[in-house]
Design a protein around this ligand. Structure first.
Ligand code: ASP
Length: 337
């Protein structure tokens, strides 16, 4: 029996058409391009249902509303397909790949997010390989996780980051080994793959509209700016700090701004600006001052995963105390405590 894969097509370069304004997604165009790829009709390939979203988006326009739409779509189709491929723009792909694992509770089948740097309609492209291999992984490998496949690497979605604006190896997961690699063979590191939960059904939570934000520190950042960002109704902030999580502890107003916000139950999560490594707020005085002000460690979480997780936790209505606890706990493979 041929395997069945559901393709959730959200937009992105991969299916775009060249127009006078530049590349743009066009209704029906991805399917048209796919019909021109004979390999997709090979007996070893799954049968594919493409569901095109309306409107197709350049992923720069994605919001958490689309994360939920994708999650609900996959949950509704979960029992009828062997796997799922989410076709997505690369710009915010790591955010969607980070959010979906939180939203798809009980996921028991592979969800592979992919896209490309050059669209399928161009002769020289990375789209064909990314799409074919994603379909093979989604149909042939029992990985009950949200993954991101790009440029030969299969990454855990909630560990992924976009690392290149122009290279074909555009994604990486610097704090977690790839779940697999596609070279001559497709090799999966099965020891890293999460076990499916015991839930019988996939459920997607009802989410409110929480107010979360991210702030990247830079030398000379003004405490007024920090205070403004932390103003009500903000509920959670990902603070992208230096190195192991440090900040300007000699700026008393900066520390006071954090302290006041934390006292108002704003959850401030410290993530590092570095691509690799983890936060340790006890290593330097410039870190422990933040911890004393009420900032919590994001450990080795990416800023993308931390934003998605704050959105998910506050969105489902957790209290600030619970959000603080859950942010420091591994929920779906996003952090190493
Ligand atoms: N701007 C495009 C997008 O994110 C880039 C891409 O898909 O590579 O939709």
């Amino acid at each position: 029996m041929r395997k069945r894969v559901y393709v959730a097509y959200t937009g992105g370069t991969i299916g775009m058409k060249r127009t006078r304004k530049g590349y743009e997604p066009k209704t029906g165009y991805l399917q048209e391009q796919m019909e021109g790829i004979p390999e997709l009709r090979h007996a070893s390939m799954p049968s594919v249902t493409v569901h095109e979203y309306e409107p197709l988006l350049d992923s720069s326009n994605m919001t958490p509303r689309q994360w939920l739409e994708i999650a609900r779509d996959i949950a509704a189709q979960h029992d009828d397909y062997d796997g799922f491929v989410v076709v997505h723009g690369t710009d915010t792909m790591a955010y969607t790949a980070s959010a979906l694992p939180f939203l798809l509770d009980g996921l028991a089948k592979p969800v592979v997010i992919t896209g490309s740097q050059i669209p399928l309609c161009e002769i020289r492209n990375d789209a064909r390989e990314n799409l074919i291999t994603s379909l093979m992984i989604a149909s042939g490998y029992a990985i009950p996780e949200v993954c991101l496949y790009f440029g030969g690497k299969l990454l855990r979605g909630c560990r992924s980051v976009k690392v290149s604006a122009s290279g074909f190896a555009a994604f990486d997961s610097p704090n977690f080994l790839p779940l697999g690699e596609a070279g001559i063979d497709i090799n999966i590191r099965w020891e890293l793959v999460r076990k499916p939960g015991r839930k019988k059904r996939v459920t997607v939570p009802e989410l409110g509209t929480p107010v979360v934000s991210a702030l990247r520190l830079f030398p000379g950042i003004s405490h007024e700016h920090v205070r403004n960002v932390l103003r009500p109704p903000l509920q959670g902030l990902v603070l992208e700090a230096y190195g192991v999580g440090n900040g300007p502890d000699q700026d008393a107003e900066f520390i006071a701004a954090l302290e006041e916000a934390a006292a108002r139950d704003v959850v401030i999560v410290d993530c590092t600006q570095c691509l690799e490594g983890r936060v340790d707020l006890s290593e330097y005085a410039a870190g422990s001052a933040l911890a004393r002000a009420g900032v919590i460690s994001g450990f080795d979480m990416t800023a993308e995963a931390a934003v998605a997780k704050l959105y998910y936790l506050f969105g489902r209505g957790d209290s600030p105390a619970k959000v603080k606890r859950e942010m420091q706990r591994d929920l779906c493979g996003e952090l190493t405590p």
